[in-house]
Design a protein around this ligand. Sequence first.
Ligand SMILES: C[S@@+](CC[C@H](N)C(=O)[O-])C[C@H]1O[C@@H](n2cnc3c(N)ncnc32)[C@H](O)[C@@H]1O
Length: 226
Amino acid sequence: MTENEQQLAHSWATNAGAWTQAVRDGAIESRRLATDAAIVEAVAARGAGRALDVGCGEGWLARALAERGFEVVGVDGSPPLIAGAQALGGATFHVLSYEDILAAPAKLGSPYDAIICNFSLLGEAITPLLAALRASLTSGGRLYVQTVHPFAAGGDAPYRDGWRTETFDSFGGAFPTPMPWYFRTVGAWLAALRDAGLIVDECLEPTHPATGHPLSLLLISRASLP
Ligand SMILES: C[S@@+](CC[C@H](N)C(=O)[O-])C[C@H]1O[C@@H](n2cnc3c(N)ncnc32)[C@H](O)[C@@H]1O
């Protein structure tokens, strides 16, 4: 793991309490206004089945999909977030980091009809993980990746791939540790999926209902390789 990736993992251990409260209190406006509904509706639109929530955090999406009839497994590298997810239940939750998945993909279990990465691909080298997830899809399965829209996340920085820092200042609550995260352009997202043997079927861009500005990029893919 690089230094940024170690700090990223550390941030999700120490920020778990503040994050859980922010999510469960509906403190993140973009989620409340558009992106939560967008991911639930996109996955549910193809009908219920087995779903894997990768980087599930405190488990809200796994629970929402279970309520829609999915059999859901949620995995995350942060033990306190998984403990919080297990405390509310509603799905099966395991501590499993992306590095664990790459080392032993069989730990993911039987193939899934839907694999979802909801704002959870935050590191630089995501192609190997995407390839491992592709191999865990059923033949008609889909991979759903939702990320902060690159046009909204850019700020004043140049529009190019690179590490940035999230301070969580706009989320309210006391987040003790800033989080390094890797910004990628729309083109870089598409290239990462292609290099992992995935074809994008659909690209959704949920917007802010008042401003019309893009909030997230939601890419729905299927395997192009076996
Ligand atoms: C922004 S949160 C999103 C959580 C959840 N998907 C949601 O929608 O609320 C990012 C999540 O990705 C997880 N994550 C990031 N890097 C990870 C890694 N290398 N292995 C496992 N989980 C990771 C974090 O622990 C955290 O729960």
